[in-house]
Design a protein around this ligand. Sequence first.
Ligand code: PRP
Length: 210
Amino acid sequence: MTDMINIALPKGRLGDKVYNMFERAGFECPSIREKSRKLIFENTEAGVRYFWVKPSDVAIYVERGAADIGVVGKDILMEDKTNVYELLDLGVGRCRMAVAGPKGFSYDRDNELRVATKFVNVAREFYASSGTDIDIIRLNGSIELAPILGLSDVIVDLVETGTTLRENNLEVIEEIAQISARLIANKASFKFKTSQIEHIVQKLEDTIDK
Ligand code: PRP
């Protein structure tokens, strides 16, 4: 009997989409669709066990080997720098990481730029590369409020449709990165379960809308 592959999926809308991809790829687990509060589901025949994990925790489960593989947004990988392999761009959950600010905002270089964000490491790195002095204000959500209330000059945040920015009179100033969901693997699991993991990667690749 081959080992089960433990898969951490991000709970929520992205996770539902990603599970559908696994299902189409042949790794279905019908019990996952039953309404329940269970967090672990397995299909021994297909050799897969799924966990629903908070999206920002997926990479930690994978890095520490509690899951062999998982799916996580590139934004979280950029921010947390976990020690995992990034195997595949799944092409879903697409958005942009960007600097945004009030319409027509121009930066006066004599002052520190006040940046509100959840992504403090991404923001620090981005501004370090241009030698800009910044004051980071770490927030956990509704980041768009910060420049409106004068808490910050700009924000570093995810932009999907652009609606949140538009409806709050903000606009993208600079794009930092293109974001999408990535399949990641634990380094030791990849070494010891190479053929099973590569098989999953191959099958998932075939389901991606090109
Ligand atoms: C995200 C992001 C933006 C918004 C962008 O927030 O932080 O606020 O979505 O989407 P849009 O460009 O399609 O409007 P989320 O809904 O995850 O909530 P948050 O405020 O807790 O970050």
